[in-house]
Write a protein that binds this ligand. Structure first.
Ligand SMILES: [Zn+2]
Length: 496
């Protein structure tokens, strides 16, 4: 393309622009023929979302991704940029990226007519052809489509419907490219009508004046599924023009989830100490999100984003980094107890149901971590005899450890507990492993036994014997616990 500088060059080259959806389709077909990876970095969608996405693009559809937050919807839309041509010819300076061979706006038409083959053209890279907008109720027609300045128009003696008087909004600026609108249902109905008109009819009314704009745009959207299907949220003609509805989902397996978090989380502290995150820590962090998504104390409608495990893992590594620096250790190995220090990245990532609000966000988060630890530990230590260690605590032994205890200290103290080190080795730590790695494995075993309620942990005493079984509630208390309490204007709630 380097040789094409003028309109004349372009005319002689035989190169003709295609409608944007055709261009994307052609490039996708080419990638499919070559067997190239589509949507690199999108994990766990190969058999679900990606085939539907490919079909939608092959069909030249506008489409919408329906899913909860943190399901890589925006990332998928941004990846569409890779399916555009590397660059396309445009009229230099045109705000709507007019094709030199078929300009839409009056000023470009005039230039082509007066300058002819001598007119210089420029090349627009694919990255500049993607426009994204988060829909909010206060978005106006002026933001989306544009505005006209009646005073300017009057001064110039122009007809108001002449687009020379127009200040272009986001949609015209996305001409010959991709326009992504996130959270479509939050867009006011009036704006949806405007969008639809400009796409279907090529014209729109602004301040009562008709404006003609034959735009070429691929429209893609995202929405929360419940908002999208709620009656009256999306105007029917617009819904009708969305060719495909594609559902996204959270990772279906723990290993997919771990792969996503590994890719996204900033854990390799290249500027600092070497970081080695044990697999069981990664698994517990992921399991916290899985537990949260299934927990009835947490609002399912808003979901639990994959950003929860991502930011949690980052804080887990930072807590371990802080400990390693304070104790002058040579490397950073996060422990399961570091996950409790990551509460600030967990509590803000979910909305609580009424029951959860009663319990409090921090307590809900602690419960999630505890059951996540229990789940991962039980999976790994199924059928492993832990009695020797549990008995040591039952006989009155205590280990005053915390998340700030140095690795050397953890190992020294663990020596007094017969069988503990062997259990730690069962967690996958090699015999000659570094002290921080061994300390982390010991910590995992102790936390696992806590989660199974075989031993207990308190801030004052560290690890000790399990608390005595809770007193059985009296008949009277049981009766009141079973009482159903009705909250006015709400669904039935049970306390337990
Ligand atoms: Zn133009």
């Amino acid at each position: 393309m380097a040789a094409i500088h003028t309109l004349g060059d372009l005319r002689r080259s035989g190169r003709r622009s295609k409608p944007v959806k055709q261009e994307i389709r052609d490039n996708l077909v080419c990638k499919l023929q070559k067997g190239e990876a589509l949507f690199p970095g999108i994990i766990g969608y190969d058999e679900t979302v990606v085939p539907q996405l490919v079909n939608a693009i092959l069909s030249r559809h506008n489409f919408i991704l329906l899913g909860l937050r943190g399901q890589a919807k925006s990332r998928i839309l941004r990846a569409l940029v890779d399916l555009l041509d590397a660059e396309i010819p445009v009229v230099p300076g045109c705000e709507i990226h007019d094709d030199p061979l078929a300009p839409l706006c009056a000023s470009c038409k005039t230039r082509v007519a007066t300058e002819g083959d001598e007119m210089l053209i420029s090349w627009l890279p694919r990255e500049a052809r993607y426009v994204e907008k988060l829909a909010t109720p206060d978005v106006t027609i002026a933001d989306m489509v544009g505005d006209i300045d009646p005073i300017k128009a009057a001064q110039a003696g122009l007809n108001l419907s002449d687009e020379l008087t127009m200040h272009y909004g986001l949609l015209p600026r996305a001409n010959r490219g991709i326009f992504a609108i996130n959270e479509l249902p939050d867009l006011a109905g009036k704006i949806q009508v405007g969008l639809f008109n400009i796409l279907q009819e090529g014209d729109v009314q602004i301040k009562g004046y008709p404006i003609r704009l034959k735009l070429d745009v691929m429209l893609v959207f995202t929405a929360n599924p419940e908002d999208y299907t709620a009656r009256g949220k999306i105007i029917t003609p617009l819904k009708d023009r969305i060719g495909s509805e594609i559902r996204t989902h959270y990772p279906q397996t723990r290993s997919n989830a771990m792969a996503i978090t590994k890719q996204e989380a900033w854990t390799d502290r290249v500027d600092g100490l070497k970081v080695d995150v044990p697999d069981y820590v990664r698994e517990v962090v992921e399991e916290v999100a899985f537990q949260a998504r299934a927990d009835r104390k947490i609002d399912k409608r808003s979901g639990v984003s994959q950003r929860l495990p991502i930011t949690t893992l980052e804080l887990v590594v930072s807590n371990a980094e802080r400990r390693a620096l304070a104790n002058k250790e040579g490397m950073v190995v996060p422990r399961v107890t570091d996950i409790y220090a990551a509460l600030p990245s967990i509590t803000g990532k979910f909305e609580l149901e009424y029951e959860g609000e009663l319990r409090g966000a921090e307590n809900v988060a602690r419960d999630l971590i505890r059951s996540a630890v229990g789940n991962v530990f039980s999976g790994m230590f199924d059928g492993v005899d832990t009695r020797t260690v549990v008995e040591w605590f039952d006989l009155g032994g205590t280990l005053p450890l915390s998340d700030t205890t140095s690795a050397a200290d953890v190992i020294t103290q663990a020596r007094t507990v017969q069988g503990l080190r062997e259990l730690a080795e069962h967690a996958g730590v090699a015999k000659g492993a570094s002290a921080p790695a061994m300390a982390a494995a010991i910590d995992f075993v102790l936390e696992g036994l806590c989660a199974q309620k075989k031993i207990s942990r308190s801030d004052e005493r560290g690890y000790s014997a399990a608390e005595a079984a809770p007193r059985r509630p009296s008949r009277r208390e049981e009766q009141s616990l079973e009482d159903e309490i009705r909250i006015p204007g709400s669904k039935k709630k049970y306390y337990n």
